[in-house]
Design a protein around this ligand. Sequence first.
Ligand code: GAR
Length: 195
Amino acid sequence: MRVVILGSGRGSNAEAILQAEKAGRLGQARVVALFSDRADAGMLALGPRFGVPAHFIDPAPFKTKLDGEGEARAIAAISAVHPDLIVLAGFMRVLKPGFLNAFAGKVINLHPSLLPSFPGLDGIGQAFRRGVKITGCTVHFVTPEVDGGPILDQAAVRIEPHDTLESLATKIHAAEHELLPATVARLSGGRNPGA
Ligand code: GAR
């Protein structure tokens, strides 16, 4: 299974996937390319470290979504590496139907809350401020409804009385680094990751 990872930030989840592959824990999945909509994304530095091609895709003209010319550039660049699965690991733009139809049923996303609670931006902060006692992370298929697609798997994280926003974020990231590679591995085996 040929896997492409898209991200906008530091890339700790992309790194967790690459480490899992290196350790033989990614099933039949192989990461074939990394792409970012930010030229300065830490994620792109993982390419040389792990021997995987890493590319910036110019997302212009929009600021928060991938549409128009930016979308066309992304579709062309990603199609060229023939992905079976596209993993959004901290990709902070909304994908529109043009992109999703080009890769129908192949795009999954990681979100830092237990969806359907706290979709959208800052899922960790939303849960912390609301005062819930259990939050976590979710991997789901991407549909045009933001953070609304079918759920593949989730991990729960307890918010303890002494937790701060920072300590909660650390716990959620640790849970993400287990959940996302495990979900990719299970998808590569053709098994239902929720089973
Ligand atoms: C992760 O916590 C991921 O859940 C979140 O961005 C972070 C990326 O971290 N994604 C979203 O909020 C998507 N709406 P990373 O760049 O270190 O992998």
